[in-house]
Structure formats: structure tokens, C-alpha cells
Design a protein around this ligand. Structure first.
Ligand SMILES: [Zn+2]
Length: 235
């Protein structure tokens, strides 16, 4: 059975509270990477997730592709969202003991990559503990040393909303793919994953309850969701 940390990107939305309730019923602790536009418009839903014990990370303010931004624009995107997250924790009355960051689209800033990593390091960002992850693609790309958090399996279920060629069967195909182009096979035995799924209202309009359906499905197929650990930076 594979073990997976569950990460959920792009919230909060009106769906977030029901996702959180469902995960609590399954005893699954997620990491939610919120971005600013969503958090401003769905602050109460974000607050609920935090108060129910979810780990909350920074996914930028406006969800741009960082490869297309100047260094200063990248930092502004991170810091604007950081201020909103501070407000979220303050409102919840919960002390912030960690700072996590995930790039939108996993785009690490192109020519500014090293500078942004240095910024994250100097500003006390933490890593999701990925020391158990032994995926060749992940290690070959040095994602295991970057401070930001990537993933090793993406459901890509948001494509239901982008393309009529992409169907529920396409997601099942990805789940069962023994040889994916990126990441690692989800259902391979004894493999550790960071799994990515999204908090998108548009996907839920096309496939209602997609979140619960997909998580139920992979649990049935033998994926065990494990609680994330946050590690301090290796110096
Ligand atoms: Zn995103």
C-alpha cells in the first residue's frame, strides 16, 4: 500500500468546509495551500479549515505563473498572501508555528529560482517533511532540497473543467498509470507520495462531490493518507 500526504490547492471556496468535515470523518490531516484572492472572498471558510486543525500554506496572492514575473513581483505575491495568512491565524487565535509555500503551477520562478529559494530560506519558511519520498523524478529535479512544497502525484481533476476530452475515466487512467510522465505511480506498493488535488467549485459543478469520490476511490485502491510533518530547514 502506498502512503500519501494530502495537499489541496487553490482554496478556500464554498466547498472547503465540507471537504474538511469529510476528511475529519476519515481521520485525514490535509495541507491546504490558499491563495489570496480566494482567501479574501472566502475568509470564513478558510477560518473553518484552520480551526478544524488543517495545516495552511501560502499559494501566492493572485496565483500567477512565477516564471513570468520579475523577482520583485514574486516576492510581493508571497508577502501579500503572508499578511493575509497572519490575519487568518490571528482571527482564529492560533499561533503560527510554521510557514509553507507552494508555487502556482509548480512554476519555481525560472531565472529567479535560486533567489526565491534564498528568500524563502532567509524568511524562515519550513519544508513539508519529504524525507520518506524516494521518487526518482522528485529527487532528480532536486525537489527534495527546495524549500517550497511540490508533489509526486497530481489528480489533474481540474482538467474536467478545461477540456471535453478529459473525463472521469481520464482521472482513473492517471490513478492506475504504472508509468506516469512525472511523479510516480500512485498505487505502487511501498511508495510514499505527496498527492495534489484542488479545491475548485467549477470542477464540482461538472462532477458533484468529485473530492469525496476521488479520495474514497484511492483509499479503496489501497492508498493510506498519513499526517504531514513539518521540518525545519537543513542548514
Ligand atoms: Zn494552484
Amino acid at each position: 500500500m502506498s502512503k500519501a500526504i494530502l495537499t489541496i490547492d487553490d482554496g478556500p471556496t464554498t466547498l472547503t468546509p465540507s471537504m474538511i468535515d469529510y476528511l475529519k470523518s476519515k481521520n485525514i490531516m490535509p495541507i491546504l495551500f490558499f491563495y489570496g484572492h480566494q482567501l479574501e472572498s472566502h475568509f470564513e471558510e478558510g477560518l473553518y479549515a484552520l480551526q478544524q486543525g488543517a495545516i495552511i500554506g501560502n499559494h501566492s496572492y493572485s496565483h500567477p505563473n512565477f516564471n513570468d514575473l520579475s523577482y520583485e513581483e514574486c516576492i510581493s505575491e508571497i508577502e501579500k498572501q503572508e499578511a493575509l495568512l497572519d490575519r487568518l491565524f490571528q482571527t482564529a487565535g492560533i499561533e503560527r508555528t510554521y510557514k509553507l509555500f507552494r508555487f502556482p503551477y509548480g512554476a519555481k520562478g525560472g531565472k529567479n529560482k535560486a533567489l526565491i529559494q534564498q528568500y524563502l530560506h532567509e524568511h524562515g519558511y519550513n519544508r513539508v517533511d519529504d524525507s520518506q519520498i524516494d521518487v526518482k523524478w522528485y529527487i532528480d529535479n532536486e525537489f527534495n532540497t527546495d524549500i517550497d512544497s511540490l508533489w509526486t502525484f497530481d489528480f489533474m481533476e481540474y482538467q474536467l473543467n478545461n477540456s471535453t476530452d478529459f473525463t472521469f475515466d481520464s482521472i482513473l487512467h492517471r490513478i492506475h498509470d504504472p508509468n506516469p510522465e512525472t511523479g510516480a505511480p500512485l498505487l505502487e506498493r511501498e511508495i510514499n507520495h505527496i498527492v495534489l488535488i484542488h479545491d475548485h467549485e467549477n470542477t464540482d459543478k461538472i462532477l458533484p462531490n468529485y473530492f469525496e469520490i476521488l479520495i474514497d476511490y484511492v483509499i479503496e485502491e489501497g492508498v493510506e493518507f498519513v499526517p504531514p510533518r513539518i521540518s525545519v530547514m537543513k542548514q
